[in-house]
Write a protein that binds this ligand. Structure first.
Ligand SMILES: [Zn+2]
Length: 477
């Protein structure tokens, strides 16, 4: 099991070990007040980190969690508690009611006190106001009676090329009493825009509408707002023989189709669509890929973009809830800044700190490297790298002389930049870097320890091979 690639190990640990360690966290989260109680948990996290990255057993806790991208126990508990609160809110249950917040003070700290404190912290320092959390987009268990089959609208999602072809062929031959609607949503940070462009028959004259809104919203939400906007406009226009609504968002179209766990906006879009369904003999929901030079779709895209930038819009602004995933990301980001503060102030793992100053749960840099190579690089990053100086420092060697060239200071710098034994390997890899990155990077410390770990791995592997054969030679002597 310990032979898996770091990325697989990271997943395995997060999917099997952590759920056990943090089972029912919201119930016992008050443990975060007594850090000593978390020691057993942190010990497991450290071992998981060591197993994930293939590190030596002497590695400190801080280094193991930073390298493997695992949050320390304290922060996992805090994160799980707030996320539990947020998830409950999406189903319309607010755990922190006014009565709870202003209840008689008691000496014991309850899990709810911890939760309230976390939410208050986010409110004060995390630029995530309490009322944002409480206005998270809700979900319904069921939209309609699950046994009824009143909803018959099925979005058509075809292969990208076929979908575009279909629209290109159908539009020019459509009659004047056919309506075509192209919707699009756009999100740029906190600025969001949604647009609907209407075409009658094959004509290229259009009616364009857009709305602007601000907040933690996802692009799927913006797309759904665009569909709602379109329906609002169409409902004032009378009857059509056929209405085709074209959206470039598959998540939005599939969201509408969901019957279970449907989001509030998807639900509203369903309602809006069923209103315009009464105005036509046939209502079609089509998907098109975006940016395929489909003139109509590009116009919708442009209108939505302009709306995010504050260009004048029309139509009423609909009351739009905050996006669950965006809020969750903000919560995590806030916790990460606190982890980073601890890491900055820690006395351990300073070698790693110089190349990895901030916490990231991603270990994407190990992609393309084998488990062995990842472990070699990781040990190099944390300066647990068996050069003669290193071994000498721990009394495992009599001197710090280089076994190949006899230089009296064999440290990582000597290996990486000076030792003539590896000059050929160095030049070969330097050339590879030059070709791969078109001269933008070279054989230097900054690059090798950060974005160039792939090349560092190759070098370390070569050195490792040489060390082994060198030892074998010594044995023979
Ligand atoms: Zn040397």
């Amino acid at each position: 099991m310990w032979g898996f690639h770091p990325r697989i190990m990271q997943r395995l640990v997060s999917a099997t070990i952590f759920p056990l360690l943090f089972y029912a966290t919201p119930v016992w989260c008050s443990a975060v007040q007594f850090l000593a109680r978390l020691t057993p948990l942190d010990r497991v996290i450290r071992l998981s980190g060591i197993a994930t990255m293939g590190l030596l057993r002497t590695v400190s806790y801080e280094v193991a969690v930073m390298l493997a991208g695992f949050l320390p126990a304290e922060f996992q508990i805090r994160q799980r508690t707030v996320e539990f609160y947020l998830r409950q809110l999406t189903y319309g249950r607010n755990l922190i009611t006014e009565e709870v917040r202003y209840a008689e003070p008691s000496h014991a700290t309850t899990p709810l006190d911890i939760l309230d404190f976390e939410v208050a912290q986010l409110d004060r320092h995390g630029s995530l106001p309490r009322h944002y959390l409480q206005r998270v987009e809700t979900r319904s268990f069921w939209t309609v009676d699950p046994t009824s089959e009143s909803w018959t609208l099925v979005p058509s999602i075809l292969d990208a090329e076929v979908a575009t072809q279909w629209i290109r062929q159908s539009r020019p031959v459509s009659a004047p009493d056919e309506l075509w609607i192209f919707t699009d949503g756009s999100v740029d940070g906190m600025d969001c825009g949604a647009s609907a462009v209407l075409f009658f028959g094959s004509s290229m004259t259009r009616q364009s509408y857009s709305v602007r809104f601000v907040g933690n919203r996802s692009s799927t939400q913006a797309e759904l707002v665009a569909i709602i906007l379109a329906c609002q406009k169409v409902s004032t226009l009378g009857r059509f023989r056929r209405i085709t609504l074209v959206s470039d968002s598959q998540p939005a179209l599939l969201g509408i189709q969901r019957r279970q766990g449907i989001t509030l906006l998807a639900c509203r879009a369903c309602d809006a669509l069923s209103t315009i369904q009464t105005q036509t003999d046939e209502l079609r929901l089509w998907w098109t890929p975006s940016h395929v030079e489909l003139e109509e779709n590009d116009q919708g895209h442009e209108a939505a973009k302009l709306a995010t930038r504050g260009h004048p819009t029309d139509g009423t602004l609909i009351d739009i809830p905050h996006c669950y995933t965006t809020l969750r990301t903000k919560i995590r980001r806030f916790l990460f800044t606190q982890v980073n503060r601890q890491w900055t102030n820690s006395e351990r793992g300073r070698a790693l700190y110089s190349v990895m100053p901030t916490f990231s749960s991603s270990i994407a840099w190990t992609e393309g490297l084998s488990r062995r190579e990842s472990a070699l690089v990781a040990q190099f990053l944390i300066a647990h790298y068996a050069t003669s100086s290193y071994l000498h420092r721990f009394g495992l060697r009599e001197d710090s002389e280089c076994v190949w060239c006899g230089d009296d200071g064999d440290d990582w710098e000597h290996r990486l930049f000076e030792c003539p034994r590896f000059e050929y390997t160095r030049q070969r890899l330097a050339m590879e870097i030059e070709i791969d990155l078109e001269g933008a990077q070279c054989w230097c410390r900054e690059f090798l320890l950060t974005d160039g770990r792939k090349y560092l791995a190759k070098f370390l592997k070569a050195v490792h091979g040489a060390t082994r054969s060198c030892l074998e030679d010594l044995d023979r002597e």
